[in-house]
Design a binder for this molecule. Structure first.
Ligand code: AHM
Ligand code: MG
Length: 335
């Protein structure tokens, strides 16, 4: 790693000074995510050993019950945020309802809520494929000093003040935005320090990769079927390359670096799509737009959808701007 690369800690301090009126709360949230990510990363890296040292339900050497990795990640992120008293509420893909966080003095004086998918792509745990944590931060709507309500979580994605992901891959990265571009930090595992390795990340305007679960092809809307055929046809710079890991964070990350589109449309099997608007869709859409890409439900800008429930699903078209434009064109033409 280049010795001149900033650490995440240095980057946070520099950027906090840039926000003249910042109280530092947002910086502390990012710091907490960095810490929780390191703890989860350590566990994810040992996942293959679980079969050797004891599976789910078994007891570890300290006599504690082994937890499923996604439940473990959920607990680590929630406890890290609660212990630091930096958010007033948390909603997680793993929890049915949101969690109200109050300070030691029973106050409700923090101004941000955090929403997350603590371990996305968990079907990949057993097969040594990359996983991710996705997070999203909003300023609360209800008055400071009162307990949070559902309204604080059901905000359209355009209200996000920060969003990002951790990718537990060949290297561990934290990629996030606070609305001033997207920056990626890679962890040096020897030191446990994240370094700014990917400043100002940008989606190429055009790409040559399409990512979709083609096993569902027969169930897709006609517009998506037509777009997939377009990606496969021998014309101009096509056929495109098909790449689908089945781990949203990894598929998104690759497409942002190389140029591509990720699709999880509605289907007759999943009439509302599969991905969750609040935990997966909106944070990725915020990152995509901040990196010059585009994200929609096939028709409308994702960030403008007003959510009606915490675990709402949404069709998801995300990636290089010209590719998403083209996919939307096929959706319109198939109507
Ligand atoms: P999860 O939150 O239950 O892990 O599901 C989300 C994941 C995404 O990471 C991935 O892109 C998608 O589901 C894959 O779904 P499928 O296996 O239907 O293609
Ligand atoms: Mg998920």
């Amino acid at each position: 790693m280049n010795k001149h690369n900033k650490t995440l800690g240095e980057f946070i301090i520099d950027n906090q000074q840039a926000f003249q009126y910042s109280s530092g709360e947002l910086s502390r949230i990012i710091n907490s995510i960095r810490l929780a990510a390191k703890v989860v990363n350590y566990k994810v890296n040992k996942a293959g050993l679980v079969d050797i040292i004891g599976g789910v339900g078994a007891q570890n050497i300290q006599g504690e019950d082994q937890q499923k990795l996604d439940v473990y990640a959920n607990d680590v992120f929630i406890q890290t945020l609660i212990n630091r008293e930096i958010v007033c509420g948390i909603a997680s893909e793993e929890n049915d309802d949101f969690i109200t966080v109050q300070g030691n003095d029973n106050s409700h004086n923090n101004k941000y809520v955090l929403l997350m998918d603590p371990l996305d792509g968990s079907s990949n745990i057993d097969v040594n494929v990359s996983l991710g944590t996705i997070f999203s931060v909003y300023r609360r709507i209800t008055p400071i000093g009162t307990p949070v309500t559902l309204e604080d979580f059901l905000q359209p994605g355009i209200n996000q003040v920060a969003a990002g992901y951790v990718i537990y891959g060949t290297s561990t990265m934290l990629v996030y935005t606070t609305g001033h571009g997207v920056n990626g930090f890679t962890m040096n595992p020897a030191l446990g320090t994240f370094y700014l390795s990917h400043p100002n990340m940008q989606f190429p305007e055009n790409g040559k990769i399409y990512s979709v679960n083609e096993g569902n092809y027969i169930h897709f809307p006609q517009g998506v079927k037509d777009y997939i055929k377009y990606c496969q046809s021998e014309e101009e710079d096509r056929p495109y390359t098909s790449r689908y890991i089945g781990s949203l964070v990894s598929d998104f990350h690759r497409n942002m670096i190389k140029g591509g589109i990720y699709l999880y449309p509605t289907s007759s099997k999943a009439p509302k799509g599969k991905l969750r608007l609040l935990y997966e869709g909106n944070p990725m859409a915020f990152l995509a737009e901040q990196a010059g890409g585009k994200c929609s439900d096939g028709e409308n800008r994702l960030l403008e959808i007003v959510p009606t429930e915490l675990h709402q699903r949404v069709p998801f078209f995300c990636g290089s701007k010209n590719m998403v434009d083209k996919a939307e064109e096929f959706m319109r033409n198939a109507k």
